[in-house]
Design a binder for this molecule. Sequence first.
Ligand code: CA
Length: 228
Amino acid sequence: MQTMRVLIVEDELKMASLLRRGLVEEGHAADVAPTGEDAVWMAQSHPYEAIVLDVMLPGLTGFETCRQLRNAGVWAPVLMLTARDGVDDRVAGLDVGADDYLTKPFSFAELLARLRALVRRGGGERPTELIVGTLRLDPAARRAWRSQTEISLSPKEFALLEAFMRRPGQVLSRLQLLEHAWDFAYENRSNVIDVYVRYIREKVDRPFGTHSIETVRGVGYRLREDEE
Ligand code: CA
């Protein structure tokens, strides 16, 4: 079984040491942060596979702590401990980027099972916005900007730009771009990518005097991370 390094954020010492001891007995490593402020600092200096975060904390609440963790680029899965079986707490937790919740009181076996499931799923980066140089893209809102100027894109142009922005600096073949930006039903015309790259250059580069989408002869295209 995979060994986890877990950060426990809980101000009640008895609860915190119980959880810590349980994890250590199972062969995992665990640290305790008594406040949200400590947790934000610790999670940025150590790579944790998972974070157990109590909602009821002095100072920063669990919700606010979770939001600050995500803002700080900490993407470890967060299991929130809620004091009551309140739907509001669960929704609020998921809204600020928590991955799962457990209502107190709970069994240690259940906590362990939830943690294992979260760690298996992984804590990949889930930024709300993609930023490459002065290009910014919000996949959920379907909006894009160059610096402060919003750029209007068709759905296909947006999908193609998103494919580039998820892999900045990498050379992407026409086939890779087709796979990321078009669904399988799309007729596979060999020049469709070239046509759409031309369209998006007209929108994201030409008006701004930038040359961010580079042609890599014989291979495909690359979104440059600088914009010289
Ligand atoms: Ca507490």
